[in-house]
Design a protein around this ligand. Sequence first.
Ligand code: PEP
Length: 251
Amino acid sequence: MRKKLIAGNWKMYKTIPETEELIKAVLKEALPKGVGIAICPPFTSLMAAASLLKGSGIHLGAQNMSENDEGAFTGEISWKMLKSAGCDMVILGHSERRQYYGETNEKVNAKARKALANGLTPIVCVGETLQEREGGVMEKVVGGQIRGCLAGFSAPDVESLVIAYEPVWAIGTGRNATPEQAQSVHAFIRGLVSELHSAATAEKIVIQYGGSVKPDNAANLLCQHDIDGALVGGACLKAESFGAIIRAAGV
Ligand code: PEP
């Protein structure tokens, strides 16, 4: 049985004092055992978050990472830096990085490869735009992203990463995919992983849904057979709503 994983993507929000306040409030929430939780604050808040999360069992993730080990790459952050700051996860290929920073499937592939080789769990984001969905090419786009981002990966590598299906039209818009829409894409992704690797690998891989997940829609999304958790943006910036979504995954 796959364990559900709820991850909070803080995006470019929260200073260090604000980080401390939010993490303390999350730790006060009633959090069910048996649900994986990850918090992904901005780089500058990682160390403060790590020290508060120590011993809590909550994973700490970054929102991006270089595909290089080190060198003259101004503004970039390496896997080694993330690990030394206390991270064990990293979000890669978020649609905002694809849209504003030109991140391609090839880049995400190189970054995920580097993360896996160095003990960081990548959360690899995929998802179609509204135009692509309405144009009937959703499967072509999402399938191409999965094939590109995971090209050349071994079955154990695929089993140890996380995929986040995030329809771009649902991110930060308040317009979430219906549970049926999300389930159908998750089943498509799992089927593709089965085709590329095996049914056993497809059974193991964790596939999160992301896109306007809120306390009032979380339960209906999270009870779908192929939805193994959520990548949460806006609603993770308040401890009560993040806690409520985690509790919805625990029932
Ligand atoms: C996200 O940032 O990955 C996201 C899903 O955001 P939101 O929950 O605000 O739609």
